[in-house]
Write a protein that binds this ligand. Structure first.
Ligand SMILES: NC(=O)C1=CN([C@@H]2O[C@H](COP(=O)(O)OP(=O)(O)OC[C@H]3O[C@@H](n4cnc5c(N)ncnc54)[C@H](OP(=O)(O)O)[C@@H]3O)[C@@H](O)[C@H]2O)C=CC1
Ligand SMILES: O=C(O)[C@@H]1CCC=N1
Length: 273
């Protein structure tokens, strides 16, 4: 595994939710501040304060005195086209490009930047607390060393899962990229149901939040699979069995998740263009 301290000429384009999370992970993990350049016309106050605190170079547009060894693209898919047009000054034939943009394919980037070593990734927001899940696919121009460096950078914010087919990234996006939103929605639904049972709204939310956080922590520390952990809660003839009977009625939530993840996967494919 490469060392974060050995990373050089790392250029981050877009320091929002995802770019900012990665930047924080790199700084905390030991990437040298001199090795990082951030390009963002309007970083948030928290990123501005990180940049000021750590003394990292910041530009509102690509400067012409740096060639990126690693270029991380973390702007919204909708502005990617315009951004790529501006990047020529910071790219040469040795630049390794890492995209975190949902949907945007390697072909899309190759058509605009030329044939370069490129990695398409899809992280998720728990990357902000170092607990992300990041799917990644490398094109044929990425060397073993390049892949190791990318793995090290991405591992600074979470668990990296490499896939063998680029098309799988759309499905990864549907599970782990968007997945935190499903977990948060679960909390919202549980809290609302508790409120309808007569609990104070804020108490219901504290109970729902704490339960999902605790269940995640339990799963994190356990060798048991999710099904076994569920069965451990479910006493025969008890309250959980009564609830699960409702949640699993007919085909249960599976068809809803099938439809939801298919919609996310299809949307990822649509964002390609
Ligand atoms: N949020 C998520 O859960 C996930 C997001 N992603 C992907 O990450 C990418 C970024 O998303 P997210 O971080 O949520 O978005 P944000 O809007 O939080 O961050 C994007 C940043 O890029 C900045 N920006 C806009 N134009 C430029 C430019 N020309 N040059 C440099 N920076 C620019 C934005 O500034 P301003 O705010 O002023 O526009 C903003 O700071 C997207 O492609 C998304 O698909 C992937 C997985 C999960
Ligand atoms: O909703 C989106 O498009 C981005 C990608 C995955 C999570 N957020």
């Amino acid at each position: 595994m490469a060392d974060l301290g050995e990373i050089e000429e790392l250029v981050l384009v877009g320091a929002g939710n995802m770019g900012g999370a990665m930047l924080s992970g790199w700084v905390a993990g030991g990437v040298r501040r001199e090795a990082i350049t951030v390009i963002d016309p309007n970083p948030s106050n928290s990123i501005k304060s990180l940049l000021d605190r750590s003394g990292i170079r910041h530009h509102v547009a690509p400067p012409d005195n740096i060639k990126a060894k690693i270029l991380v693209l973390a702007v919204k898919p909708q502005v990617m086209y315009a951004v790529l047009d501006t990047l020529a000054p910071v790219i040469d034939e040795n630049t390794l490009v890492i995209s975190v943009a949902a949907g945007k394919t390697l072909t899309y980037f190759e058509e605009r930047l030329g044939k370069l070593a490129m990695i398409r990734t899809i992280p998720n927001t728990p990357s902000m607390v170092g607990r992300g899940v990041i799917g990644a696919f490398a094109n044929g121009l990425v060397t073993e060393v390049g892949r190791e460096k990318a793995d090290t950078l991405l591992s600074a914010v979470g668990q990296v899962e490499w896939v063998e087919k680029e098309a799988d990234i759309d499905a990864v996006t549907a599970i782990s990229g968007s997945g935190p939103a499903y977990a948060f929605y679960l909390v919202e639904c549980m809290a609302e149901a508790g409120r309808k049972l007569g609990l104070d709204e804020e108490l219901a939310m504290r109970l729902a939040r704490g339960t999902v956080i605790g269940a995640g922590a339990l799963m994190d520390g356990s060798k048991d699979d999710a099904g076994t952990l569920r069965k451990n809660v479910t006493s025969p003839g008890g309250t959980t069995a009564a609830a699960l009977e409702q949640l699993m009625a007919e085909d249960g939530l599976q068809p809803v998740f099938d439809r939801a993840l298919e919609a996310a996967c299809n949307r990822s494919r649509e964002l390609a263009g």
